[in-house]
Design a protein around this ligand. Structure first.
Ligand code: SAM
Length: 247
C-alpha cells in the first residue's frame, strides 16, 4: 500500500464513476477549501468502502461553496475487509476518542460499545465514534471505515455474536500464558472478536457468563494490569500478528 505524498485523503459516502462528479457536503467542502485551501485542479484521494481508492481533482467553479470532485482513475481496488469485531466497555471522552482511532488504525471492521456492571459511561456518542473512525481511516490509508454498532449490554452483545466467531476475552485475571502460543492454538480464522473490559474490570458474574460461551479464548496480556485503551492496542497487535492481517 502506498499513499501519494501530500495528497489529502477523504472518505466520501457516494459512488465514484469515471467521468462523473461527486458533490461534497458542507463540512467536507469547508475542509478542502477553507482548511486545506485547495485550489481548482488540486488532487484528492477518495474512498467510499466499495469502489476502492480513486485519485480525483477539485473542479473549478464550485457553486455556493460546495466543492465538486471529479474521479480521475482508480489508484487501488477495493480489498476484502477484515472481519474483526472490537467489543469494549465505554470509557471517558478523550480516551474513548483515542481508543476508536487506534482500533481503526489496527484494522478492526466493527466497533461495538458494551455496557458492563462497572462501565464508566452510561451514554455513548456513536456519531462521535464514527467521526473518529473516519478520520483515522483517512489518515492511515484504509479503504473502508469500520462499522459502528449500537451499544448494548454485555449479555446482548454475547448473544449477538455468531457461534462460529472466536471471542478473544482479554482478562487480567486469566492465568498468565504466552498470548502468542494461546492464539496459535486456533486456526487463522476469518471471524474474530476481541472483548476489553472497563477500568473497574468485569464482575465475577460477567466473567462466568463470558467463559460459558463455547468458542471463547480467555487471554492474558502479560503480568501488568493495562488501562483499557492500552489493552486494546496490545490485544489488537497480538491478534493481528497471529490470526489476522499482519501474518
Ligand atoms: N479489574 C482491573 C482492576 O481494577 O484492577 C482493571 C481492569 S483493566 C484497567 C481494563 C480491561 O483491560 C480489562 O477488563 C481487560 O479486558 C483488559 N486488560 C488489562 N490488563 C490486562 C491483562 N494483563 N491481560 C488481559 N487483559 C487485560
Amino acid at each position: 500500500m502506498s499513499l501519494i505524498p501530500d495528497v489529502p485523503r477523504l472518505f466520501i459516502d457516494s459512488s465514484f464513476i469515471e467521468g462523473d462528479v461527486v458533490v461534497l457536503d458542507k463540512d467536507q467542502s469547508h475542509y478542502l477549501i477553507k482548511v486545506l485551501r485547495l485550489k481548482p485542479l488540486d488532487q484528492v484521494l477518495i474512498f467510499n468502502g466499495r469502489d476502492g481508492e480513486w485519485l480525483s481533482q477539485l473542479e473549478p467553479g464550485e457553486t455556493r461553496k460546495m466543492a465538486v470532485l471529479r474521479p480521475l482513475r482508480q489508484t487501488r481496488p477495493q480489498a476484502p475487509a477484515n472481519d474483526l469485531h472490537y467489543l469494549f466497555a465505554p470509557i471517558k471522552h478523550a480516551r474513548l476518542d483515542y481508543m476508536v482511532q487506534k482500533a481503526t488504525e489496527m484494522g478492526v471492521s466493527h466497533l461495538r460499545p458494551v455496557h458492563t456492571q462497572y462501565s464508566q459511561s452510561a451514554r455513548v456518542n456513536l456519531e462521535r465514534m464514527r467521526a473518529n473512525a473516519v478520520e483515522a481511516a483517512e489518515q492511515c490509508g484504509l479503504l473502508s471505515v469500520p462499522t459502528i454498532i449500537e451499544d448494548v449490554s454485555l449479555p446482548q452483545a454475547l448473544a449477538a455474536l455468531e457461534p462460529d466467531r472466536l471471542l478473544i476475552f482479554c482478562d487480567e485475571a486469566a492465568e498468565m500464558f504466552n498470548p502468542v502460543k494461546a492464539l496459535e492454538q486456533h486456526k487463522p480464522s476469518s471471524k474474530l472478536a476481541i472483548l476489553i473490559g472497563p477500568e473497574g474490570g468485569f464482575s465475577h458474574q460477567e466473567r462466568t457468563m463470558i467463559k460459558e460461551r463455547s468458542l471463547t479464548l480467555r487471554l492474558s496480556l502479560g503480568p501488568r494490569i493495562l488501562r483499557a485503551d492500552t489493552a486494546a492496542i496490545a490485544a489488537l497487535a497480538v491478534v493481528q500478528a497471529v490470526l489476522g492481517d499482519w501474518r
